[in-house]
Design a protein around this ligand. Structure first.
Ligand SMILES: [Zn+2]
Length: 142
């Protein structure tokens, strides 16, 4: 484990309520934050967190207010101010595309990732080093 300093911290709340889940992304550089946000968007993690928050609250309410044991996944419940995307973005990684050879770096074989960002679809070879590793190579954008 390398001790890294997180100079940049970005937190997201889907709505101003005290009960809003808090999503925090930390990084030592602005570029690292941007990369992490792109990967969060690519994996649909915000939607997953939103669903998990609603699931928790749904189970909590049913259990505490009604004494019930829920058996259905309450993922369609809408919370105030937060609407999950109708179709979550495709999950990464997509695997190595046919006809392409994965490049390597000092950390091993790079991983092909793709997703939808603010500026459209992105594709990149990602270094397999642990997230937050200061020696991690920059994404190789395609
Ligand atoms: Zn690397």
């Amino acid at each position: 484990m390398t001790d890294t300093r997180d100079d940049f911290v970005v937190s997201f709340k889907p709505h101003p309520g005290y009960d809003a889940p808090l999503f925090v992304i930390k990084g030592s550089t602005a570029a690292e934050i941007a990369d992490k946000i792109a990967s969060v968007e690519a994996t649909g993690l915000f939607a997953t967190v939103g669903n998990a928050d609603k699931t928790f609250k749904g189970f909590f309410l049913v259990g505490s207010e009604l004494g019930g044991q829920p058996v259905e996944h309450p993922s369609t419940v809408q919370a105030n101010g937060y609407t999950p995307p109708a179709t979550p973005p495709p999950a990464a990684p997509a695997g190595t595309p046919p006809g392409m050879t994965a490049p390597t770096c000092p950390h091993g074989t790079k991983v092909f990732k793709t997703g939808q960002g603010k500026r459209g679809e992105w594709k990149a070879w990602m270094c397999p080093a642990r997230q937050g590793d200061p020696s991690q190579c920059k994404p190789e954008w395609l």
